[in-house]
Write a protein that binds this ligand. Structure first.
Ligand code: SF4
Ligand code: SF4
Length: 116
């Protein structure tokens, strides 16, 4: 069975361009939306994303909406904990496809490591 994990050297979910995420207002509170928008750099990447090493510079303190955790996904998307694994895999694949492409190295690496 495929088991979700965050794959290193990806960072696709740190591309925050609001134009690619039209439903932000549906799952973020007003204050979170303000925070989210404050993180978007001129190229759409999060200002805390280290694009060279593809790592979050504030990982331990990253916002709630960056966390793939059962409680967070239940609150934000109404996803039951039992469904988190499959939902998170779909989210990552969608985001990786949008940012790097369906046949990208990042997608291949994700599928291999997660076991899709
Ligand atoms: S898209 Fe998924 S695998 Fe890639 S950095 Fe984000 S959580 Fe990790
Ligand atoms: S705070 Fe960190 S995890 Fe969240 S989008 Fe920015 S770089 Fe990515």
């Amino acid at each position: 069975m495929a088991t979700w994990r965050c794959v290193k050297q990806c960072g696709a979910c740190c591309q925050l361009d609001p134009a690619d995420r039209p439903e932000l207002e549906e799952y973020l509170s007003p204050s979170e939306l303000t925070l989210y928008l404050s993180l978007v750099g001129p190229d759409g990447w999060c200002v805390h994303f280290d694009q060279v090493n593809r790592e979050c510079r504030i990982y331990a303190d990253r916002p709630r909406f960056c966390r793939v955790e059962a409680e967070v996904f239940q609150q934000m998307y109404g996803i039951e904990p039992d469904d988190l694994n499959d939902f998170a895999i779909d989210c990552c694949r969608q985001q990786i496809e949008g940012v790097y492409g369906n046949r990208s190295l990042e997608m291949l690496r994700f599928d291999r490591e997660v076991g899709v």
